[in-house]
Design a protein around this ligand. Structure first.
Ligand SMILES: Nc1ncnc2c1ncn2[C@@H]1O[C@H](COP(=O)(O)OP(=O)(O)OP(=O)(O)O)[C@@H](O)[C@H]1O
Length: 227
């Protein structure tokens, strides 16, 4: 299984004072692929385009031009419903800023992507419990997001990204807010998933992520280069 980018370019358009419009070029002519069973680490200076790259690959941000193909299909040619289903069924996403639905408990937040794609099952209950236990947050199942520390919330987002047993995991700075033990826990879990055949992409400035990754790429000057 592979997600491949061909000739991908991305620029943003920023509106200035007096209605002026400025193009912000971020990435140009990118050819890149993400494969099953590997952890790819992405590094680069702040603002170089790491999150932009990840968001495009995981179906959250269309490129300005070029194609992103998963399983033989160009993902941005899918309709909104099919793209949402793809993201919820096949992809697990850990966003840079921890986000959760404030009115739902930790447990219900973790189940959300599963419930989007299927109805509740006993398997879901088991999977949720396993993830909560593995990530040392079992005691927080009935808590609400605003009651959690940054590191606890980060682990909730990681559990949520894994609930559907995705084919690809996209994690933007997944070790932010975590202490050393929890960082090792999370990275070992992602390594285990990769060894089971999942493709993992981690954006991280954290050098210890390098110990768990198969390949590292640097984003600079609009390019993605293997180092
Ligand atoms: N929605 C947007 N509109 C306009 N410019 C944007 C938008 N999102 C990002 N940018 C700009 O695009 C560039 C790349 O942003 P991106 O978030 O991809 O960088 P990054 O490498 O992930 O940064 P960091 O390490 O600080 O998170 C930055 O200059 C940023 O200001």
């Amino acid at each position: 299984m592979e997600i491949s980018l061909s000739n991908v370019e991305k620029h943003y358009v920023r509106k200035g004072k007096g209605g002026t419009i400025r193009e912000i070029p971020v990435l140009s002519k990118i050819d890149f692929s993400l494969k099953s069973g590997k952890i790819i680490r992405i590094i680069g200076e702040s603002g170089c385009g790491k999150s932009t790259l990840m968001n495009m690959i995981c179906g959250m941000l269309p490129p300005s031009s070029g194609s992103i193909v998963y399983n033989g299909r160009s993902i941005y040619d899918l309709g909104d419903d099919d793209l949402s289903l793809l993201r919820n069924r096949k992809f697990g996403i850990v966003p840079q800023r921890s986000v959760a639905v404030g009115s739902l408990s930790v447990e219900d937040n973790i189940r959300l992507p599963f419930l989007y794609a299927s109805s509740e099952t006993s398997e879901l209950k088991e999977r949720t419990e396993k993830l909560l236990q593995y990530l040392n947050i079992s005691g927080l199942a009935d808590s609400f997001p605003n009651e959690l520390s940054g590191g606890e919330m980060r682990r909730v987002c990681i559990a949520r990204s894994l609930i559907n047993e995705p084919e690809f995991i996209f994690a933007d700075e997944p070790t932010n807010d975590l202490d050393k033990d929890n960082m090792e826990l999370v990275l070992s879990l992602l390594r285990k998933k990769a060894d089971e055949g999942v493709g993992v992409m981690i954006v991280s400035h954290d050098s210890s992520v390098g110990d768990y990754a198969d390949e590292t790429y640097r984003v600079a000057d609009g390019q993605v280069v293997r180092i």
